[in-house]
Design a protein around this ligand. Structure first.
Ligand code: CMX
Length: 464
């Protein structure tokens, strides 16, 4: 397969010269997120106009036939400035690595991890907000957090055997009942104004997810009545409280890190791209994000965090705790020989250990170094890559984000692995929402790539 432009040109310098020149790295004080966006959008519209005028008709890398059959791997096809993924270095959010986000984004009083409120501001503007600005976002989201009674009823009527991700998607779809964008469109809003109601819907969407996730968790796993959102607490604290872990400061910190690192992974992954694709039909953010969730629910994408825990638990049941390296190797080979993938390993873009895995490992080393399951995850890290290399199929033998997240949740007592992808979904809303707002602001058109038949491919090359 052709090497992608995006893989060969390092993304960092592109960010430094272009984006940092346009957006300063610290947000101006005394402005809300929406006010700041209203200032930035005309600048970016001009910038895109200039780039298209200068380069719009130039070729952007080769396309080879294998890419048409091969899941479009590496095909340059989308624009999203919020985050960019480098095959070796991993994700950068608006040019910033995960450690840089941990250092620069505002934290909760006494906390060490970034507040996802700040990450959302960064994704949307390229700027680091002030402490006051993230506090205002926490308050705004708390104020918007209630879900309509009929959505509560939908969730309450779901059988507990319906997978939490299906329930999640149902509830998010139903939120479209009150979509500001859908209403504005029906009322004849001008295209130039699309981003305003999209922003309002996106804020509502993010704000309502803790109530949806909390209700699903308590309904399915029988964890008692859902407490109320506290307007004085940050988003992750409220989400933790709704799940029953609000009193555990380390769990709350984990949620802050978890949401931050799971929020966005450039534009081409299944959940981000699905949201953008569905949004391009001017479906509102609730409908677009529900589609993202349905993609995230697949075992090769977000469901892998559930699959990892399942796989680890089965391994422990079969070979016991503190098993030898030999026993672990045998189990990994049996998985591969059984025609299954090793969940949590491999990636469509990454070719090194995922920095999201490393961030979680560092959290574990700080907070739960002696946890037996964490030790097993570390043991597997030393074993699986060599086996995948020897097996010779996977292009990337290294762990991805999902190889680690479930172990952290289990440590704190969130042991219901079927729920894990819901937390990934809550986080992914931040990236999908930011992308939808910018797509409406820049007037992104309907997506409509061209498909070909195999006969057409053959005909094209017949006499060449
Ligand atoms: N275990 C076993 N085989 C693997 C593998 C793994 N972890 N990763 C890749 N392979 C296999 C593929 O199944 C493929 O086999 P076939 O040729 O028989 O179809 C071959 O190696 C080549 O695949 P690839 O080009 O390396 O990987 P892809 O880009 O096609 O797929 C991914 C990427 C993530 C789907 C794949 O690595 C995988 O299935 N991993 C396990 C599931 C997982 O952890 N998913 C989560 C990813 C992160 C996320 O989105 O949340």
């Amino acid at each position: 397969m052709a090497t992608s432009i995006l893989r060969t040109s390092r993304t960092k310098p592109v960010w430094s010269s272009l984006a940092r020149a346009r957006f300063s790295s610290t947000a101006p004080k005394n402005t809300t997120l929406k006010e700041r966006l209203a200032e930035l959008i005309p600048l970016e519209l001009e910038n895109v106009k200039r780039v298209r005028a200068e380069h719009g008709k130039k070729a952007f890398g080769p396309v080879i036939v294998d890419q048409l059959y091969g899941g479009m791997r590496g095909l340059p096809a989308l624009i999203w400035d919020g985050s960019v993924l480098d095959a070796d270095e991993g994700i950068r959010f608006r040019g910033k690595t995960i450690p840089e986000c941990q250092e620069l984004l505002p934290r909760a009083p006494g906390g060490a991890e970034p507040l996802p409120e700040g990450l959302f501001w960064l994704l949307l503007t390229g700027e680091i907000p002030t402490q006051e600005q993230v506090t205002e976002l926490s308050k705004d989201w708390a104020a918007r957090s209630a879900i309509p009674e009929f959505v509560e009823e939908i969730l309450d009527r779901c059988p507990p055997t319906l997978h939490p991700m299906s329930q999640f998607s149902l509830a998010v779809t139903a939120l479209n009942h009150n979509s500001a964008f859908a209403k504005a469109y029906q009322d004849g809003v001008s295209k130039k104004e699309y981003w305003g109601p999209t922003f309002e819907d996106s804020m509502d969407l993010i704000a309502k997810l803790p109530n949806i996730a909390g209700r699903i968790y308590r309904n399915v796993f029988g964890q008692g009545k859902l407490p109320a959102i506290d307007p004085g607490k940050d988003y992750s604290h409220n989400l933790s409280t709704l799940l029953g872990f609000g009193d555990n400061a380390a769990f709350v910190e984990l949620m802050r890190l978890y949401i931050t690192i799971h929020s966005d992974h450039e534009g081409g992954n299944v959940s981000a791209h699905t949201g953008k694709l569905v949004g391009s039909a001017l479906s509102d953010p609730f409908l677009a994000f529900a589609a993202s969730l349905n993609g995230l629910a697949g075992p090769l994408h977000g469901l892998a965090n559930q699959e990892v825990l399942l796989w680890l638990s089965k391994m422990q049941a079969k070979i016991g705790e503190n098993a030898s390296d030999e026993a672990v190797k045998e189990y990994v080979w049996a998985t591969l020989k059984g025609g299954q993938v090793v969940p949590g390993y491999g990636h469509a873009v990454l070719r090194k250990t995922d920095p999201r895995y490393i961030a979680q490992r560092e959290f574990a080393l700080k907070h739960l170094p002696d946890d037996p399951m964490f030790k097993l995850v570390g043991q597997i890290y030393n074993i699986v890559p060599d086996i995948l290399l020897e097996a010779g199929k996977a292009k990337n033998p290294w762990p991805n984000v999902d190889a680690h997240s479930g172990v952290l949740l289990t440590h704190y007592g969130l042991t219901q692995m079927q729920f894990y992808t819901v937390l990934f979904g809550v986080s992914r809303a931040f990236g999908v929402a930011a992308q939808l707002i910018w797509d409406r602001a820049l007037g992104a058109p309907l997506e409509r790539p061209k498909s070909y038949s195999t006969a057409a491919i053959e005909a094209m090359f017949k006499n060449k």
